[in-house]
Design a protein around this ligand. Structure first.
Ligand code: 5AD
Ligand code: SF4
Length: 452
């Protein structure tokens, strides 16, 4: 009988994509993938360490899995492996702190998982691989392992060279490494022929894309390799193309031109600012100030297309004063974001900011979080209400969790839209007339199905 592997994924889209890649390799090596930890011979946790809370969750899950196996009276406990960012950062110490763990798989060891499991099954204790990806390894994901049959994540760049002072990612994921453009374009073409309707080009900083060769981009113009890639990917005819995350300093306005030229490049840009205070941006080592950022926003806002804009902000970075926070509030008012992810600063050991004094008290962080959330909700409500009476194109994803008579999906501008329809099927692209704005979603009626 084939051994069964269960993978549980935490964190960002890069982890989701890496889980899909791991599953592809495991299946090729003769393993079966299962959707339940209880039935598995091997449990892998693909972990996130961007904030302390995410990291704590992993250790809680290891305990739960071990206890479940004991309670179920399983003769042979499953092998437990930790992969992803926590594995890469903590390495050997995980074995010391969590003796139930058998395997530690770093962020670049994905393609070696089958042989690492074999070693652990063969009786080797404490198997660990924190090495780099090897020459010739390619991002290979079988459609069977993808989370959705309609929306696919396509990594274009791994790692990060930016070293923002608060962030652990450059340490957990290593230096920026761009995938070959021809390989990306071929993958998108394949996804299209398999019936995928939407792809997300993903990476910590997609617009820092810098492939070693121009292969696949020769026929496309653009001020940067990324804007040329956007045009090349748009040329595949894939119906909807989204990309995330963009980094302000590398955000060339030619991206906006590409979005204006190619209707299948979606009208959504995620451009995290992190703070509205120049003093804090400097301490964060972001490489941009608020004026640089607002110049990009101006270019986005003066586009012929209405582009939806979202951002990330950290409140309570060390030394953030009332005045710094006020500057963040002011910037948020000016940017009119369609959506905002707000995070309370979480100290990450090993990052430059971890040594900074002048820590903002937890209660203050919380108060700022609530104030910023309140401001964003009121601004967002205006934007969401402006959609009432308009028709938007939706990729139907599934039945709504609230009502079996409703379906749910995303607009091209990446808003959640629920709508009444007994006729539409997941995977279809439909027009929906918006009748109601909720705080974080839109509601409407099915108008017509588009040619898919
Ligand atoms: N504390 C809080 N938020 C963080 N982020 C990254 N590192 C930290 C940290 N140490 C946030 C940033 C980033 C998002 C993915 O997570 O806002 O854009
Ligand atoms: Fe972290 Fe900054 Fe890199 Fe984003 S750009 S992953 S915030 S270091």
């Amino acid at each position: 009988m084939k051994s069964k592997v269960y993978i549980e994924t935490f964190g960002c889209q890069m982890n989701v994509a890496d889980t899909e890649r791991a599953a592809t390799g495991l299946r090729k090596a003769g393993y079966e993938l299962t959707a339940s930890a209880e039935a598995a011979d091997v449990v892998l946790l693909n972990t996130c360490s961007v904030r302390e809370r995410a990291e704590r969750k992993v250790f809680r899950r290891i305990g739960e899995i071990r206890n479940e196996a004991k309670r179920a009276g399983r003769q042979k406990k499953p092998l437990i492996g930790v992969m992803g960012c926590v594995a890469q950062l903590e390495g050997e110490t995980i074995f010391q702190n969590s003796p139930a763990v058998d395997l530690i798989i770093g962020t670049r060891a994905t393609d070696r998982i089958p042989s690492l499991i074999e070693r652990a099954r063969g009786g080797e204790a404490a198997v660990i691989d924190l090495d780099e990806r090897q020459e010739g390894e390619v991002w290979d994901v079988s459609p069977a392992e993808r989370r959705s049959p309609y929306v696919a994540f396509v990594p274009i760049i791994e790692g990060c060279n930016k070293f923002c002072s608060f962030c652990i990612v450059p340490y957990s994921r290593g230096r920026e490494k761009s995938r070959n453009a021809l390989e990306i374009v071929n993958e998108v073409q394949r996804l299209r022929s398999l019936g995928y309707k939407e792809i997300h080009l993903i990476g910590q900083n997609v617009n820092s894309y810098r492939p070693k060769s121009q292969e696949g981009l020769e026929r496309y113009s653009g001020a940067t390799a990324f804007s040329r890639l956007l045009r090349a990917v748009a040329d595949t005819g894939m119906q909807r193309i989204k990309f995330t995350t963009s980094f302000p300093r590398d955000f060339h306005t030619d991206i906006v031109s590409a979005l204006e030229e190619c209707p299948n490049l979606c009208d959504w840009i995620h451009l995290p600012v992190q703070s509205g205070s120049d003093r804090i941006l400097k301490a964060m080592r972001r490489g941009h100030n608020s004026e640089d950022y607002l110049r990009r926003i101006d270019a986005i806002r003066s586009s012929k297309r209405r582009l939806s804009l979202t951002s990330d902000i950290i409140v309570g970075f060390p030394g953030e004063s009332e005045e710094d926070f006020e500057n963040t509030m002011r910037l948020v008012r000016a940017c009119e974001y369609d959506g905002l992810f707000i995070f309370k600063y979480s100290q990450r050991a090993g990052t430059p900011a971890a040594t900074l004094a002048d820590v903002v008290p937890e209660a203050e962080k919380k108060a700022r979080f609530i104030a910023l959330e309140g401001l964003q909700e009121s601004m967002q409500s205006k934007i969401y209400n402006s959609y009432v009476g308009r028709t938007v194109s939706i990729l139907v994803e599934k039945e709504s969790a609230r009502s079996s008579e409703d379906m749910t999906g995303h607009s091209t501008c990446h808003k959640v839209v629920n709508f009444r329809s007994r006729k539409s099927q997941p995977g279809e692209i439909v027009d929906v007339l918006i009748s109601q704005a909720k705080p974080y979603s839109l509601y409407g009626e099915l108008m017509s199905k588009q040619a898919n």
